[in-house]
Write a protein that binds this ligand. Structure first.
Ligand code: BGC
Length: 750
């Protein structure tokens, strides 16, 4: 029982640019631009600098003091050894920003008045920016807040692959694609750790559903594990020097992740060279000797007296009984002392002080939100809003005023600043325009769900999907008597929540009916979704000419959304996952392999997300990588630097992007690769490079994207190693996984 809060493409004018080799004479051609990438270097892991100090400390500790460091001694810290100057390791969630201070021994808020923080956009939002530099900004900003709150570790980023659209934590995770995932996770971790605070990358690993998460045994084949579920974790170790990792709740091939020798020792430490610490998810430990020997370092958890934890009194007893050696215990203590040193928690000279909820951090949250909003449909060019002659706008929907910093079962943020969509419009619309707000639908859950809020539910909240007659009437009146209507629909963080998965893709609370009725009385209606995961928008897509997607979008979400609607910001977000037409089109559901019971076998294998839809020729509602702009872009002069490569080469591909519309804007150039006639199973395409580029209206930019040939490797289960298959590969360049404008053939030779 925990985390309880009061219940709260302009059609893509991408013409086949390879056919269009000449550039219009009036277009000013600039030199190749540095694309938006992130080149931040990780903090080093300097074990040798502190080795003798660490050894001295250990030699002075009693068994009890050592064991005290291996388990939670309060809700978010292990035990320190004060007499030796070893501090507690202080942790804080998480993905939405630094969580409010929690009581020492239970989940209730500590009631501090100085722990108001910046609420950052949820991870899905960051992923939709497709902007690694913003991932650094996010990590760096939240890292500063962690330091201001005297924390040593941020329990973030959460980077599990989105296997099912119904996953309760979809909003908290990045994407269905391993390449996008790692490209964002690396700068994110570097950003956090640049502030003398550890990132705790979670949840290691294959924690892709909430249903039965505490018991389910995940069975996934080795190639899929390596190619889909692990790459981002691996990259945070190898390219970002992540100082810590969180062991997941579930089992993998029979063993809990927090005592999984193969995952923790063999893969993470021996193969990848991870030198940091592994912290358990809260109450995810099930054994004493096995857990420690199989690689876990700190057991964290929920209320029971801390000395009753598996790595507390029981560990002291096991050591005294000779069931585990003190050398083994020392190994884990040493790792903890090492990471405390890395972040200057032991000798704090020159340690980053940080800052909390500053204007600069709100700006960071704004920048992420502004680039995350996705224009799904803009058939009549209704957006950006034309305000000439507009006297009144109806703002309809509970989501126009709903706050999402807190909510549901899981880590949120206590903040003084959360600009709602309604407030954003009030801030940004000219004063002469009247806003008529109508709640439209009520957020209603079935009674038994409310009763069980304190329990980990197996399925998401059941909603009452009937509209309230009075609320509906108010909404229709507002719509009828306004020039424009904007409906804010979607979900919220009570509906999408940790510890339960959704039951279906339906829009909750009768919203579909509401939207249809409002459209009937005012065809000049814009539908804005605020949600963190896919929903069934089929009917709405058909009936509404304008459809915008926003997220649980942080402290400045409402301002960013208003700026997009009014055209101050040209939308540049792209879907980080596939929006299916029907749930059974999605791989885990099509293969009837979700949620399993005692175990779940990932029968779709490698074909997660768009890999499945593309390979099986299933039309999604909206494809991975999709998102429109107020302007139009054209790609041309798509050329690789060579046509033949060896596996140690780096392929470079240049793309010229012309902004052929009236608005300045950003576009994401996406490069997918396929391998015809492969000796192993392959998805029909897989993302291998992307870059986001700003191009002024009427201007042209040339970007260069690099793909190390090694990136094309598959995991060979027989040789247990990565292998680049020789032969022909096709590079597919486009601005979504389904809008490919150019195909280039290359060959990999011996
Ligand atoms: C979640 C973690 C979180 C931890 C501490 C767990 O329930 O799975 O992501 O960091 O609680 O709040």
């Amino acid at each position: 029982m925990k985390h309880i809060y009061p219940y709260s493409l302009l059609v893509l004018v991408f013409l086949l640019s390879c056919c269009k080799s000449e550039t219009k004479s009036e277009v000013q051609i600039s030199q190749p631009e540095k694309p938006i990438t992130s080149a931040h270097q990780p903090k080093p892991f300097n074990i040798s600098d502190f080795e003798s100090h660490v050894d001295t400390l250990i030699s002075q500790m009693t068994l009890e003091e050592k064991v005290g460091m291996l388990h939670g001694n309060s809700m978010f810290a292990n035990g320190g050894v004060e007499r030796l100057g070893v501090p507690e390791l202080r942790m804080a969630d998480g993905p939405l920003g630094i969580r409010e201070e929690i009581s020492e021994d239970n989940w209730s808020p500590a009631g501090w008045t100085n722990d108001f923080a910046t609420y950052y956009p949820a991870a899905g939002s960051l992923a939709a920016t497709w902007n690694p530099e913003l991932a650094y900004t996010f990590g760096n900003s939240v890292g500063q807040e962690a330091r201001a709150r005297h924390k040593d570790m941020v329990l973030s980023p959460a980077i599990n692959i989105i296997r099912t659209p119904l996953g309760g934590r979809t909003y908290e995770y990045f994407t269905e694609d391993p390449f996008l995932n790692k490209t964002l996770a690396v700068p994110f971790v570097i950003g956090i750790q640049d502030n003398d605070v550890m990132a705790c990358v979670k949840h290691f690993a294959v924690n892709n559903q909430e249903t039965n998460r505490g018991t389910v045994d995940v069975l996934v084949d080795e190639r899929t594990l390596r190619e889909i579920y692990l790459p981002a974790f691996e990259a945070t170790v190898k390219k970002a020097n992540a100082y810590s990792m969180m062991g997941a709740y579930n089992k993998f091939r029979g063993d809990y992740l927090c005592e999984n020798d193969y995952m923790l020792n063999t893969i993470l430490r021996d193969e990848w060279g991870f030198k940091g610490i592994i912290v358990s998810d809260w109450a995810a430990v099930h054994s004493t000797v096995k857990t420690l020997e199989n690689g876990l370092d700190i057991e964290m958890g929920t209320p029971k007296p801390f000395h009753e934890f598996f790595l507390a009194d029981k560990l002291i007893a096991a050591a005294k009984a000779g069931e585990i050696s003190e050398t083994e215990i020392d190994k884990h203590v040493k790792r903890i002392l090492n990471v405390l040193h890395q972040v200057k928690a032991i000798d704090s000279t020159g340690r980053t002080q940080g800052s909390l909820a500053t204007q600069a951090h709100f700006k960071d949250a704004y920048d992420i939100a502004a680039e995350s909003i996705i224009l799904l449909k803009n058939e009549n060019n209704t957006l950006p809003l034309q305000l000439e002659g507009v006297k009144s706008i109806a703002v309809i929907g509970n989501n126009a005023t709903k706050k999402n910093a807190l909510g549901g079962f899981g880590a949120g943020v206590k903040t003084n600043r959360e600009v709602t969509p309604l407030e954003g419009l009030q801030n940004r619309l000219p004063k002469g325009i009247t806003i008529q707000y109508a709640e439209g639908y009520l957020e209603r859950y079935s009674k038994n769900e409310n009763d069980q809020k304190e329990e980990v539910t197996l399925q998401g909240p059941t909603t009452i999907d009937q509209l309230d007659a009075t609320k509906l009437e108010e909404a229709l009146t507002a719509a009828k008597t306004s020039d424009i209507a904007i409906i804010f629909a979607g979900s919220n963080r009570d509906y999408e929540t940790e510890a339960s998965d959704r039951q279906n893709l339906n829009l909750p609370f009768g919203q579909e009916e509401l939207i249809q009725k409002v459209l009937e009385v005012n065809p000049n209606t814009i539908v804005v979704m605020i949600a963190g995961a896919p929903y069934d928008l089929g009917t709405i897509k058909d009936k509404s000419h304008t459809l915008v997607w926003s997220w649980f979008n942080g402290s400045e979400g409402g301002n960013a959304l208003a700026d997009v609607l009014l055209g101050t910001i040209n939308p540049s977000g792209k879907l980080p996952w596939t929006m299916p037409k029907h749930i059974n089109d999605s791989p885990a559901h099509a293969t009837n392999s979700f949620p399993g019971n005692e175990s779940v076998r990932y029968k779709e294998g490698l074909l997660v997300g768009y890999r499945w839809f593309d390979t099986k020729h299933i039309e999604p509602l909206y494809p991975f990588g999709y998102g429109l702009s107020y302007t139009s872009f054209e790609f041309s002069d798509i050329k690789t630097n060579q046509t033949e490569y060896t596996d140690t080469d780096i392929l470079s591909i240049k793309v010229t992007i012309e902004n052929t519309g009236k608005f300045d804007g950003k576009e994401v150039v996406q490069v997918y690769v396929s391998k015809p006639n492969s000796k192993v199973e392959r998805a029909s395409k897989a993302l291998k490079a992307f870059t986001k580029v700003h191009v002024d209206s009427g201007k042209t930019q040339t970007v260069s994207l690099e793909i190390p040939i090694k990136e094309l490797a598959f995991y060979n289960v027989d040789t247990k190693s990565w292998e680049v298959e020789k032969g022909v590969y096709i590079l597919q360049v486009g601005n979504s996984s389904r809008n490919i404008v150019s195909k280039q053939k290359i060959r990999v030779t011996e």
